[in-house]
Write a protein that binds this ligand. Sequence first.
Ligand code: SAH
Length: 367
Amino acid sequence: MIEQTSTEESVTRTLLKGLTLKELKDFFTAAGEKRFRGDQVFEWIYGHMAQSFDEMSTIPNYLRKKLNLYCELNTLTLVSTEISKRTGTKKYLFKTHDDLIVESVIIPEVKRTTLCISTQVGCPLDCQFCATGLMGYKRNLSSGEILDQFLMASVEYGKNKISNIVYMGMGEPLLNYTNTLKTLQIFAEQKTKDISLRRLTVSTAGIAPKIIELADSGLKVKLALSLHSMFDETRNKIMPINKKYSLAENLEAVRYYAKQTDTRITFEYVMLKDINDRTDDLNALIKLCKSLPCKINVIPFNSISHMAPTGLAHELQPSQKFRVDEFVKTLRDNDIVVMVRYTQGDDIAAACGQLAYKFEKNSKVDA
Ligand code: SAH
């Protein structure tokens, strides 16, 4: 489906950003133009990151005029950026055409620069440790809006500087499956080869049937499962989506994913005191990791107490440092690959699950 937008003059314009190569070719063919115009415009939008049709110098004048009249290119406006003096993490706030806030974060590291993007405004999942859940759910982002976070941040930060993209911002990518998949199809094309699928990670709370669908899509993107506990009883409490798609279903799905795509699964594990940091948790995790190609991202919990959540969310505490260290050491002693994701950019509220919240509350933070 090609998305259309109405402007004040009530001209219905076709939004080109977010269309796959095939959709762009079909669009130009249907408009009575040469099919290769689709290839050219694809390269301009995603390769050269053009922000206007006027920049597309290989497109003849008459066609650029038509595109200006009947098509739309950009989906987001950059509202502000904020940089953490401590870590160099840079937060981007964008606005959609319907005035919603979308947030992305660039995390510079020694060997790579990772962009974290959002796939929904808010999130319907209500994970108890996550600030995005507390915002409620507004809507899915279009494929153009998901891509524009990368394109606009790249233009601002420096083209070719972003080496990795993680779908770990606001929202659940696999509940916005069609649009997320479209963006992966776009990144899979030869013309956008600067970011290969091997440098893209889709992170999910566990929507088992969609994990299978993604495995069968042929797009060998990396997959992260927000595991957080090996026990349904605990997972049901901290991640209510587990009542719909159980741990067993999700683990079967990720095993299938690893096999089909020949990739290693990343398990994310936010460490919560007395909830998922007990010896039983550790032993169950070791057993799992020995059974499939994987690595673990241990994430110290970023407290969300400043948001005054109620119920279980209110009681959650980060695991103590010594317990995190013990956990990590034991996993490593068992030959399991572990990364510890220390909070990046907490001084600018750019930590996972905290996106867009500060802006909504209009409180300026010192970076
Ligand atoms: N819905 C997807 C992607 C968004 S969350 C998912 O669940 O994977 C991205 C990651 O941030 C997840 O692993 C999530 O569990 C983690 N996260 C959310 N809130 C957090 C918090 N307060 N502290 C640390 N990690 C958090």
